[in-house]
Design a protein around this ligand. Structure first.
Ligand code: OAD
Length: 234
């Protein structure tokens, strides 16, 4: 087995669940009461922009009431203290990794605290409500949409992610159901290039059989234990 120097971590909604952020695929199959196709597709935005803007405005407002948990903090500690290469890729659009202190972080599905101008394609910070139709701070047009990668759109930074997967020695997936591609395929890419693979999730994900090891339980408990182990015995 090769020595572990370069770690790539993928996180999903499960890592923020203990902070009080709803996951996507709850028992009712709904995301905060909505079908994903009604709020997370370009077609939904075209059909009913006000509904979609209000939905993300509410998610953005909710961020003020939640805080990073022990799992987010442990990953920030690992990044700060790990001697080798490190990259954290999150599918989450919340800012809990950022607030926990993670820096080598990619938001592959976009961010609630960012807006994307449909006129000039500039991404800019958003704190308030996009349903109030603010002008783009860059070009002045009133054409801002949530900076969220919707179904059918290309996630951010895929070239950089593919390179990181090809170069990592250990790939760890935390709190994701493995239902949404391309992220669900990262484990197989990493494995193809010879990385060890570990999943930490409440229950086995859809891609569970592709991992060398699965640790089942809450991220807030299991991630800090795994991080301490990596830092002391890694
Ligand atoms: P899901 O809601 O599909 O899956 C969350 C996973 O986290 C499930 O497998 C749960 O069992 C697990 N889980 C729940 N609580 C947990 C806990 N406390 N500790 C550890 N695991 C826990 O969320 P994602 O896989 O992130 O895309 O969903 C992927 C993408 O689908 C999202 O990024 C989103 C959605 O459509 C966009 O918004 C573009």
């Amino acid at each position: 087995m090769r020595e572990i120097n370069n770690i790539v971590i993928l996180t999903g909604a499960g890592i923020s669940a203990e902070s009080g952020v709803a996951t996507f695929r709850g028992p009712d199959g709904l995301w905060e009461g909505h079908r994903v196709e009604d709020v997370a597709t370009p077609e939904a935005f075209q059909r009913d922009p006000q509904l979609v803007q209000t939905f993300y405005d509410e998610r953005r407002a909710k961020l003020k009431t939640v805080h990073p948990n022990a799992a987010h903090k442990a990953l920030a500690k690992l990044e700060a203290e790990w001697g080798g290469d490190f990259l954290l890729i999150t599918q989450n659009v919340d800012d809990l990794h950022d607030r926990a202190g993670s820096n080598r972080l990619l938001h592959m599905h976009g961010e609630l605290l960012s807006g994307l101008c449909l006129a000039c394609e500039t991404r800019s910070p958003v704190r308030g409500r996009l349903s109030d139709d603010p002008a783009c701070p860059h070009c002045g047009e009133v054409a801002m949409r949530p900076d969220i990668v919707w179904f059918g759109e290309m996630p951010y930074q895929m070239e950089r992610i593919e390179l990181a997967l090809a170069q990592c020695d250990l790939f760890v997936s935390i709190g994701t159901s493995g239902a949404v591609y391309p992220a669900a395929g990262f484990v197989r890419s990493a494995q193809h290039y010879g990385a060890q693979t570990l999943e930490i999730n409440l229950d086995p994900s859809e891609g569970s059989l592709y991992f060398d090891e699965s640790r089942l339980g809450k991220a807030g408990q299991l991630v800090p234990v795994w991080v301490e182990d990596m830092l002391h015995n890694g």
